[in-house]
Design a protein around this ligand. Structure first.
Ligand SMILES: Cc1cc2nc3c(=O)[nH]c(=O)nc-3n(C[C@H](O)[C@H](O)[C@H](O)COP(=O)(O)OP(=O)(O)OC[C@H]3O[C@@H](n4cnc5c(N)ncnc54)[C@H](O)[C@@H]3O)c2cc1C
Length: 467
């Protein structure tokens, strides 16, 4: 970065809020993507930390004028390299956008600055009895702005949907520095094209999100977790489809390979209660009354029995429930360093057993195996290609291509929730036709004609590509 640029940016944010030292700034280069998949960060990039929309807007206007790429960084919990600057960039950290502007109990909405983390929002809601925000991607260090631009999902999407379903208003800064307010505390707003929906899931490529208005909901007081083993995946999947059709509305329905459940439990010093059967489900229920919770449990157990469940374990206390959840969410920690490629495909829910069988067969064909973890009721399957002797196997591109082909045959998508980022830039072309890709590029050009925002992410256009 030129000295003049550093000086001009320092004039905007103050010397305490800009980092040029390599050791300090390298903490901002990567997200949580597996080491083997990381795009290479450009080490000339510097970090700038505006404190409010005015400063952020001034930085964007300067970057636009000087054609300096800008990569916005939220909590850095992304899984597809979106927050990594691959060309010399300003890394615009949102960590000072921390205000919870209002928890509006009358309208049941929260207005927040974009750098508030999910944990901070949940802590704030503890003080507002009976009110909850339901979307929960696995890492509570994710910022609300990051969750908006990645359109985060997570286990509770079965009942509550994804981030897009709860966003009511945004304040955004366009690449030329202009500030726009979209939507508001409205439950209905049908005025023109929904730019708010376009920006949701845009992965920091169209605008910076500075404020968010989210819808809130009454809190369920009673919860339980069921761990259920089935003889095979077909039975487990048939039970899931019937549960959803029955009108019982679980908070989450999760699948994880039994091997992973047992290994993670051993690693954490916990006990996984299902040793029988081939396919384990974890179903989380939450209801407003104890009676409704018991009824939902009974209905689910009856459906599972009908589909030859071999064992069902009920966790009622907070401790028992937390331990099961720790086993489900702790598995990533033990496989993260073994992964050559991490997939996030989704297929129609009824095609899940076929899909999982097909993925395992493909792995076998290449002499390897694949770990499978799934938000199964959503049809969202996370699986991997494993390293061999610590290296990415030469067959990785071929196996990946065959896994995608299987996914497309079943009517699926390359990413259900983590996004395209930099990891799936080329893969997107396998799924989308030219006309659709061209429309995406034109939209990018309208918002960001000089291509300064997050180059090399989602779609590639000719633009600002300074090195
Ligand atoms: C253990 C673990 C489990 C996870 N489980 C799930 C899951 O179940 N479901 C799920 O959907 N995700 C999951 N994730 C992924 C991740 O937590 C989400 O994608 C999250 O929404 C990213 O938010 P962030 O603030 O960390 O964004 P970052 O990683 O900082 O950035 C992600 C992208 O958003 C852009 N961005 C960030 N903030 C802004 C802003 N204010 N304005 C404009 N652009 C911005 C960045 O440029 C980047 O392209 C998981 C991650 C981990 C580590």
């Amino acid at each position: 970065m030129k000295d003049a640029d550093v000086k001009n940016l320092t004039d905007i944010v103050g010397a305490d809020w800009i980092i040029t030292d390599l050791e300090q700034k390298s903490a901002y280069f990567y997200d949580e993507i597996e080491r083997a998949l990381r795009p290479v960060a450009n080490e000339q990039s510097i970090v700038v930390k505006p404190k409010n929309t005015e400063e952020l807007s001034a930085i964007m206007a300067y970057a636009y004028e000087q054609e300096i790429p800008v990569v916005i960084r939220g909590g850095g919990t992304g899984l597809c390299g979106g927050a990594t600057p691959v060309v010399e960039s300003l890394i615009l950290s949102m960590e000072r956008f921390k205000k919870i502007i209002q928890i509006d109990e009358d309208n049941m909405m929260a207005e927040l600055e974009a750098g508030v983390t999910l944990r901070e929002l949940l802590d704030e809601l503890e003080g507002h009895k009976g009110i909850a925000f339901p979307v929960h991607p696995g890492d509570e260090g994710a910022q609300i702005g990051g969750m908006v631009t990645t359109n985060a999902g997570g286990a509770r999407a079965v009942r509550h949907g994804i981030m897009r379903n709860h966003i009511k208003g945004l304040e955004v800064v366009l690449p030329d520095g202009e500030v726009l307010k979209l939507g508001g505390r409205l439950l209905k707003d049908n005025a023109g094209y929904s730019l708010m929906n376009l920006l949701t899931g845009s992965e920091g490529t169209l605008a910076a999100i500075t404020k968010v208005i989210l819808r809130l909901y009454p809190e369920d007081k009673y919860s339980a977790t069921l761990a259920i083993a089935f003889a095979d995946m077909d039975q487990a999947s048939a039970a899931v489809l019937e549960i959803i059709k029955s009108g019982v509305s679980p908070l989450a329905v999760e699948y994880q390979d039994k091997k992973l459940n047992l290994e993670t439990a051993a690693y954490l010093g916990l006990h996984w209660p299902l040793d029988e059967g081939e396919a384990d489900l974890m179903i989380i229920l939450s209801e407003r009354s104890e009676a409704a919770l018991y009824l939902a449990c009974e209905q689910i157990e009856a459906i599972c029995r009908k589909h030859q469940a071999v064992k069902a374990v009920y966790a009622g206390t907070k401790k028992e429930q937390a331990e099961l959840l720790m086993i489900r969410s702790g598995s990533y920690e033990i496989i993260q360093e073994l992964i050559a490629h991490n997939l996030d495909m989704a297929v129609p829910p009824a095609r899940v057993p076929e899909f999982m069988r097909g993925l395992r067969k493909l792995a076998e064909k290449y002499g390897t195996r694949t770990n499978i973890v799934a938000h199964i009721a959503d049809g969202n399957v996370h699986n991997d290609i494993l390293l061999e002797d610590g290296k990415i196997p030469a067959f990785t591109p071929d196996l990946l291509k065959e896994m995608y082909e299987l996914c497309f045959q079943l009517g699926g998508t390359i990413t259900g929730e983590h996004g395209v980022g930099k990891l799936r830039l080329a893969d997107l072309k396998l799924q989308k036709n030219n006309r659709e890709l061209e429309l995406m590029k034109q939209i990018k050009k309208i918002f960001d004609p000089k291509g300064i925002l997050n180059p090399g992410t989602v779609v590639q256009i000719d633009g600002c590509n300074k090195n």
